[in-house]
Ligand binder design. Structure first.
Ligand code: 5CA
Length: 440
């Protein structure tokens, strides 16, 4: 991507409305734009990051055996009347009427709809276990939308729904998602701690929130500090290994970690003084086992091996991609801007032409840009005629992991400079070595 032809509406000043660093940086870098309260457009730079986050989420859902579909944002009120949540959901639900005066709603979540799909298509236990997910916009008319896309009214959610014949089967489905979540957040460069959590309007009695510790987080949490030393399940984890996944779940949940609603002061006090952590955190994922709450109310049953009908056991599993992007920034930035983990960076590298129009500089930049693009890298080429100082500031601000700096002096010696955004370390090397560095 040539910056001269790209759309990167960077703000010079810090936006006054932004209270936390991620919101400030997302506005300054032109990743998002507020359209009305709590409703955002994702501009091209932000969209690139969001797509990479979604890709990782999708890969890990697929790896665990979940299957992707796509449900609509608008739902009929009837489904929610069946489960009893149409009245219970209250003012957070955006209610709409169509031209025939039929009550509709913008979905805040999809338990009812997926249960409806299930009951009308699945008849036998032989189709189980089944886990269906989608990545789709939701709307919740939050009282206090704030911090940009961290708590917005319209937001993206990956929501998965599992169906099992028995409670034991459903527990295994829960453990699969538990392991998939540990892998997902780790690949996003985050350490998210699973904490015992309240189930709220979703219901049930087994639930974990995945929380990233951050001073600006809205959740109050209590945990043992040992979480930093725990292993993440490997890529070749066998998701059909019931005992293996239970061992992962048991290991992580053997250490005390709870949100304030589920906090047990006595258990927390039992932890040695210096090992207790009471902190604030950002909830990036939330998983629930709620048994037969929806399947019972909506008649979702299958024929079992005994020939009888069985109400299925369900769980639901959410991740918020549009919240994850600011959460990653909260965890990874410095005074100069964002520092993207390589896995979600909008570009792998930025080529900075310090003297656009200079024949030698242009030639070397084009060579690097072409070679890296050909190798499948996402490269931003700053070919504008801005001052070099401004180009450096922009590159630091948008947080691209590697900067390749091409100036007249180094080019004369056949060399370029390679800067690592995270460490700030700069190295001079040949053009070929710089290309190999990124391809390595
Ligand atoms: N149906 C269940 C799980 S699929 C559910 O709705 N769970 S939830 O309410 O906990 O939401 C799941 C995830 O969506 C949260 O962990 C969070 O990451 C994200 N999320 C929820 N509300 C918002 C919001 N207002 N803005 C941004 N992300 C949100």
């Amino acid at each position: 991507m040539r910056l001269s032809r790209y759309y990167l509406p960077i703000l010079k000043e810090n936006p006054k409305e932004a209270e936390i660093v991620s919101h400030r940086l997302m506005l300054r870098t032109g990743m998002i734009r507020q359209q009305s309260q709590g409703i955002y457009s994702w501009l091209p730079l932000g969209k690139r990051v969001l797509d990479k986050v979604n890709r990782i989420i999708r890969e890990e859902q697929d790896r665990s055996g979940a299957i992707e579909l796509l449900m609509p944002t608008l739902q009929s009120a009837e489904l929610w009347q069946e489960s009893g949540r149409y009245d219970a959901y209250g003012k957070e639900m955006l209610r709409i009427k169509d031209r025939q005066d039929r009550p509709m709603l913008y979905g805040p979540t999809n338990e009812e709809m997926i249960t409806d799909i299930f009951r009308s298509t699945v008849k036998s236990y032989k189709s189980l276990p089944l886990n269906l997910y989608h990545i789709q916009l939701k709307f919740r008319d939050e009282i206090r939308p704030r911090f940009g896309t961290m708590r917005s009214r319209e937001f993206l959610m990956k929501d998965a729904y599992s169906f099992d014949l028995t409670r034991e089967g459903a527990e295994h489905s829960y453990n699969k998602m538990f392991a998939a979540y540990l892998r997902t957040f780790s690949r996003l460069g985050l350490r998210a701690i699973p904490m015992r959590a309240d189930t709220g309007p979703i219901g049930g009695n087994l639930s974990h929130e995945f929380i990233i510790l951050a001073d600006t987080g809205e959740s109050e949490v209590f945990c043992h500090r040992d979480f930093v030393n725990f292993d993440i399940p490997a890529e070749d984890t066998n998701f059909d290994d019931v005992a293996g996944l239970k061992a992962i779940f048991d290991k992580w949940t053997s250490v005390y970690a709870a949100t304030s609603e589920m906090h047990d002061e006595a258990a927390f006090d039992a932890i040695p003084e210096g090992e207790r952590l009471s902190a604030r955190g950002i909830e990036v994922g939330h998983i629930f086992y709620f048994g037969t709450k929806y399947s019972e109310a909506m008649g979702a049953k299958v024929q079992g091996p005994d020939g009888k009908e069985h109400i299925v056991h369900m769980g639901s599993y959410g991740i918020g991609p549009t919240r994850l992007v600011p959460a990653i920034i909260e965890a990874s930035h410095d005074d100069n801007g964002i520092i993207w983990p390589a896995s979600v960076a909008p570009f792998d590298a930025v080529v900075i032409n310090m003297k656009a129009g200079d024949e030698a500089c242009d030639r070397v930049c084009e060579e690097i840009y072409a070679a890296l693009t050909k190798a499948g890298k996402d490269v931003l080429y700053d070919d504008t005629d801005d001052r070099a100082g401004q180009k450096f500031a922009t590159a630091d601000l948008i947080g691209v992991p590697t900067q390749i700096i091409v100036g007249p002096r180094s080019v004369a010696a056949g060399e370029v400079e390679v800067k690592d955004r995270r460490t700030g370390a700069r190295e001079t090397m040949t053009v070929e070595a710089a290309i190999n560095r990124l391809n390595g």
